[in-house]
Design a protein around this ligand. Structure first.
Ligand SMILES: [Fe+2]
Ligand SMILES: [Fe+2]
Length: 179
């Protein structure tokens, strides 16, 4: 049995606060892609969907004169570092296994290579899944951050994912042992 469900992570006030900033619709779409890719890459779907849901919670609001300043953002952004740290703190606080919290945090840290040396990183399958899932939902000019979703639809999609994750974990005993 999992200690923490995706619904618990999603409904936590900390998650809600930061997801409203970076886009709830994007976070959910990435979590759904991560579930699909987790089967293909044979990684723990629980870890993949949690990392995907939380991957952008490190975003800061880069406003200049009331408008989002994309240049300022590109120059100064460290959202993956901040997101990894926030996600880790949150997961530990709500009772996640320490190993799982670490794997999820590192996958968030490496979901973008915008400030990392190009081509020098060899991503682990979980990290690849999160990064590919993010790319799959990307739109031009960062528009994926502005997609809208009704609150009840968001929660229904999270609950549906939880069901899929539970049944995948039951089928694959290796993942139930955690990590
Ligand atoms: Fe991101
Ligand atoms: Fe993203």
């Amino acid at each position: 049995m999992r200690k923490v469900t995706l619904e618990q992570v999603f409904t936590h006030p900390v998650t809600q606060k930061y997801l409203k900033r970076s886009g709830i619709a994007h976070a959910i779409a990435v979590a759904e892609y991560a579930y699909l890719f987790s089967e293909r890459f044979d990684v723990n779907p629980d870890h993949a969907t949690k990392a995907a849901l939380l991957h952008d919670i490190g975003h800061y609001t880069w406003y200049r004169d009331g408008e989002w300043d994309y240049e300022l953002y590109k120059e100064n952004d460290i959202h993956a570092i901040k997101g990894a740290s926030r996600a880790h703190k949150l997961l530990i606080r709500i009772g996640e296994e320490r190993q799982a919290a670490k794997e999820i945090a590192v996958a968030i840290l490496l979901h973008t290579d915008s400030y990392l040396p190009k081509g020098e990183l060899k991503l682990k399958p979980l990290q690849q899944v999160v990064s590919l899932a993010d790319e799959a939902d990307e739109e031009n000019g960062g528009n994926h951050h502005y997609k809208q979703i009704e609150e009840y639809v968001a929660l229904e999609r999270i609950k549906a994912l939880d069901k899929q994750i539970d049944s995948a974990l039951t089928k694959n005993a290796r993942f139930s042992e955690n990590v």
